[in-house]
Design a binder for this molecule. Structure first.
Ligand SMILES: [Zn+2]
Ligand SMILES: [Zn+2]
Length: 402
C-alpha cells in the first residue's frame, strides 16, 4: 500500500512538473476571459473542452455555468470518494494591471484568484485521469457564482455531493510567500446575512420638514443606531460586524425625497449571533420608524453559512503538508475571517477542508484580493496540485487503517 502510494505520487509529481506551462496557460486564458457570477458560460465551455480532450466524463450544470465530473471510481469499491472544488467566477472590477494577459472583458476581473483555482483543479484532474489504480475515487466540481454565495447550493442541488465522502479546495493567499500554506481546523469564514432596508417617508420642500416625513433624517438616525446599539447588544467575545455599504436617496439640495434605500451585511462566526443581530436590526428599524413616523421595511437575503474546516480532515491535511513543505511552512492557527465563502455549503454536508496557498511576490507590496491591482505569483501554483495529490492519497490511507 505504502509502496504503491509512493509510486503514484512520483508519477503525479512528474506529470505536474512537466505540465506546469499548461497550468500557467490555463490560468492566463481564464484570467483574460473573466465572467461574472451566474454568467460563466464561456469559462464552463473552456473547462468542458479541456476535460473532454482528456476523456474525463462530465456534465454541465443546468445553468450552463458550472461543471461536475463523473466520479472516477477506484478499483476498490470501498475506497473513499473525494470531491475537489474550484470556483470559476470573476468580480465586477476594472483591472488595473499591465499584464499582457490582463482582462479582455471591461469591468470584469479575476481578482480573487478563481482563475488559478480553476487551472489548478484542471491540472489535478488531468493528472489523476492518467492513473487507473488509485486508492480513492474522485470527482472535480467547477462551481459558478461563489462571489454571490449561490453556486455551491446550485451544484449540491444538482447532485455534486452524491456518494461523496469528503471535499477539498484551495484558495490563493497573496499575503503569504510561495511554498507556505494555511490549513487551520475549525471556523474559517463568517455566517453572512445581507440586508436591504427601505425607509419610506413623505417628500416635500426642504424649508418645511414639519410638513414631510423625512426619510433621510430617519435613515441617518438608523445607521447611527445600528452602529451604536448593535455591537452593545451582542456578547463582545463573539465576533460580529455590521456594515452599511450602500445608501441611496434624494435628488437635490432643496427637496426632501420619499425614499431612502440602504444595503448592508451582518457577519458573525456563529449562526446564532448572526440571527440575533438580524432581530436586533429589525427592532432598531421599527423603533426608528416609530420615532420618525416613517415606514421602514427590512428584507434579508438567505444566510450564507460560515465555513468550518473539519477538525480531522484539516489536521490530516496539515500533517501531510508539513511532510511536503516543511513544518515551518504550514500555518495551522490562522484567525478566522469575517469574509464569506460558499465552500461552507459543502462542508456543512460532508467533512472538508479549504487550504490557502501562498502566492506572494518576494519583496513586493501585497496587492490584496478583490482589488483592481491584484496579482498572484504563478510560480506558487504548482504547489496546489501537488498538495491535493498528497492529501488525497493520505485520505485513502486513513480510511484503510480505520
Ligand atoms: Zn472573492
Ligand atoms: Zn475567492
Amino acid at each position: 500500500m505504502e509502496q504503491q502510494s509512493t509510486e503514484v505520487l512520483q508519477r503525479l509529481d512528474k506529470y505536474f512538473e512537466e505540465a506546469e506551462p499548461k497550468l500557467i496557460a490555463f490560468r492566463r486564458h481564464i484570467h483574460q476571459h473573466p465572467e461574472l457570477s451566474g454568467n460563466e458560460t464561456s469559462t464552463a465551455r473552456f473547462i468542458s473542452q479541456v476535460l473532454a480532450g482528456a476523456g474525463i466524463r462530465h456534465r454541465l450544470a443546468a445553468s450552463d455555468c458550472g461543471i461536475i465530473t463523473e466520479i472516477a471510481r477506484a478499483p476498490d469499491p470501498a475506497a473513499p470518494v473525494i470531491a475537489l472544488r474550484a470556483d470559476i467566477d470573476a468580480l465586477p472590477i476594472q483591472e488595473e494591471t499591465d499584464k499582457l494577459y490582463r482582462s479582455n472583458n471591461p469591468g470584469v476581473m479575476h481578482a480573487c484568484g478563481h482563475d488559478a483555482h480553476t487551472a489548478m483543479l484542471l491540472m489535478t484532474a488531468l493528472a489523476l485521469k492518467q492513473e487507473n489504480r488509485l486508492p480513492f475515487s474522485w470527482r472535480a466540481i467547477f462551481q459558478p457564482s461563489e462571489e454571490e454565495g449561490q453556486g455551491a447550493q446550485q451544484l449540491i442541488q444538482e447532485g455534486a455531493l452524491e456518494s461523496v465522502d469528503g471535499i477539498l479546495a484551495l484558495h490563493v493567499d497573496p499575503n503569504r510567500q510561495i511554498g507556505k500554506v494555511g490549513i487551520t481546523p475549525g471556523p474559517r469564514t463568517a455566517f453572512c446575512r445581507d440586508f436591504l432596508i427601505e425607509v419610506r417617508g413623505r417628500g416635500g420642500h426642504a424649508a418645511r420638514p414639519y410638513a414631510t416625513i423625512d426619510p433621510i433624517a430617519a435613515a441617518a438616525h438608523l445607521i447611527t443606531l445600528i452602529y451604536q446599539a448593535l455591537p452593545r447588544s451582542s456578547d463582545a467575545r463573539d465576533p460580529l460586524v455590521v456594515t452599511v455599504g450602500m445608501i441611496q436617496g434624494g435628488y437635490t439640495s432643496n427637496v426632501i425625497p420619499d425614499l431612502v434605500t440602504l444595503k448592508g451585511t451582518i457577519r458573525a462566526l456563529r449562526r446564532e449571533v448572526a440571527m440575533e443581530a438580524s432581530e436586533t436590526l429589525e427592532r432598531l428599524s421599527d423603533a426608528t420608524a416609530q420615532a420618525f413616523k416613517a415606514d421602514i421595511k427590512v428584507a434579508f437575503k438567505n444566510l450564507l453559512n460560515g465555513m468550518v474546516n473539519d477538525e480531522l480532515t484539516a489536521n490530516a491535511c496539515a500533517k501531510v503538508a508539513r511532510q511536503f513543505l516543511g513544518p515551518d511552512n504550514v500555518i495551522s492557527d490562522d484567525p478566522p475571517s469575517l469574509g464569506g465563502e460558499d465552500f461552507a455549503d459543502y462542508t456543512a454536508k460532508v467533512p472538508g477542508c479549504m487550504m490557502t496557498l501562498g502566492v506572494a511576490f518576494p519583496g513586493r507590496k501585497v496587492t490584496p484580493l478583490h482589488t483592481a491591482t491584484f496579482e498572484l505569483n504563478e510560480a506558487g501554483l504548482l504547489v496546489g496540485p501537488k498538495l491535493l495529490a498528497r492529501c488525497l492519497l493520505h485520505w485513502s490511507k486513513k480510511r484503510a487503517t480505520v
